[in-house]
Design a protein around this ligand. Structure first.
Ligand SMILES: C[S@@+](CC[C@H](N)C(=O)[O-])C[C@H]1O[C@@H](n2cnc3c(N)ncnc32)[C@H](O)[C@@H]1O
Length: 234
């Protein structure tokens, strides 16, 4: 069976260009978000953990940039048929001839004993899906040897004090797996509480952008990206 036919048989989250001119019919095109993450162009020698990898777009991208080792981790999208299908990730890996490893683990269960530690940890589009974000960030921080790249939905963006909107039902995008909309100050505070005390917001960079975004959308919701690491003591 051709790659195209095999792709068409599976559910896809990510739009991905596979070799041979086959594009996966995903519901999410991650290519726009990629630039916002400010990943290094050259990842030679780096070990990478992609937490909540789903079909693996960001894992394969890190491998393409030369990472020495990439591990894709997920649970719901691979284990619960209603959400996704791990065979999509596996087919993409085969199509790319990729060495990306996979581990089925819940965010909350990440630990150095379970998965090791990594130079770069991607936590992209996952924070607002977890019921207990502080516990999740503790676990993610425990496997972060270098830099954590965190991308998330944010809410209450006009408030400077740490705050988070709570979505007990389907308030956010009709998805009952969306629980929290922290603002940037809350994300930064949680990262520091998890021991990653050197935190930089890389998107959006300016308050003016945030104000303009809120005015344009008449909403305090948006996305934000942070880089966080442990500050080495002088
Ligand atoms: C919105 S998708 C983001 C996928 C990908 N990282 C991206 O940004 O395109 C959320 C992902 O997080 C995973 N996820 C959510 N909660 C999780 C948890 N507690 N443990 C492991 N994975 C989780 C889902 O299975 C899904 O793959």
């Amino acid at each position: 069976m051709s790659l195209r036919a095999r792709v068409e048989e599976l559910p896809w989250y990510h739009v991905m260009e596979l070799p041979g001119g086959v594009t996966t019919p995903g519901v999410d095109d991650p290519r726009d978000r990629l630039g916002l993450l400010e990943l290094p162009d050259d990842m030679s020698g780096l070990t990478v953990l992609d937490v909540g990898a789903w079909d693996g777009f960001f894992s394969f991208e890190c491998e393409r940039r030369g990472a020495a080792r990439v591990v894709a981790a997920d649970w719901f999208a691979w284990k619960q048929a209603a959400r996704g299908d791990k065979r999509s990730f596996e087919l993409a890996r085969e199509a790319f001839g990729s060495q990306v490893e996979d581990v089925e683990v819940r965010v909350e269960e990440l630990s150095p004993e379970r998965v090791g530690t990594f130079d770069l940890v991607l936590f992209v589009g996952v924070l607002y899906h977890v019921r207990d974000p502080i516990r999740a960030l503790d676990a993610v921080a425990s496997v972060t040897g270098g830099t954590l790249v965190l991308e998330t939905h944010v809410d209450l963006t006009l408030r400077r004090r740490p705050a988070a909107a709570f979505y007990p039902g389907t308030e956010l995008a009709g998805d009952h797996t969306n629980w929290w909309g922290p603002n940037a100050a809350a994300v930064e505070g949680m990262l520091r509480a998890a021991g990653l005390n050197d935190v930089r917001k890389v998107f959006p960079r300016s308050r003016a952008y945030e104000l303009a975004r809120a005015a344009r959308r008449r909403s305090q919701q948006g996305r934000a990206v942070f880089h966080a690491r442990r500050r080495s003591e002088a």
